[in-house]
Design a protein around this ligand. Structure first.
Ligand SMILES: [Zn+2]
Length: 146
């Protein structure tokens, strides 16, 4: 992506399909309240059981699986809240949360579940150096190869 286009690509709810915009926080959202009121019920309802294949335990934890809270430290709140979106969050049981899945597993799941637009979303996050850029390029490369 050309550098001059970066500002235009910053994440915005317009990148999200209409039906799920309510599950993406707007600028100025209070994070703890958002997680409790909107994100966690949505994610727990979506999975029903722990996200890990063949684990059928009740999910108790919501895990940020692609972009972590550490990744976005120092961002303005309006961008930092974008860690807490359904495409980045999975429901795990306590046991599976000890061995959280890799970023790659979660992003491949997100593509399968939500569609390819999730790559544009993760790519448009306002990183100076995006920690998943290599992963995104690898996935795009594999998609083009078929
Ligand atoms: Zn589990």
């Amino acid at each position: 992506m050309a550098k001059k286009n970066r500002a235009e690509k910053i994440v915005d709810v317009s990148m999200v399909p209409d039906w799920m915009r309510e599950f993406f926080p707007k600028a100025g959202t209070s994070l703890p309240k958002w997680r409790t009121d909107v994100l966690i019920p949505h994610v727990l309802e979506r999975e029903g059981v722990c996200w890990v294949e063949d684990c059928w335990k009740n999910p108790s934890d919501v895990h940020e699986g692609v972009v972590t809270r550490g990744d976005v430290q120092g961002w303005a709140n309006k961008y930092r809240v974008q860690v807490h979106v359904p495409i980045n969050c999975i429901a795990l049981c306590k046991e599976c949360h000890k061995y959280a899945p890799s970023r790659k597993e979660v992003i491949l799941w997100a593509i399968e579940y939500y569609g390819l637009w999730v790559l544009d979303w993760f790519e448009a996050l306002p990183f100076t150096v995006n920690p998943i850029r290599g992963l995104i390029e690898e996935i795009r490369g594999n998609i083009w190869k078929g």
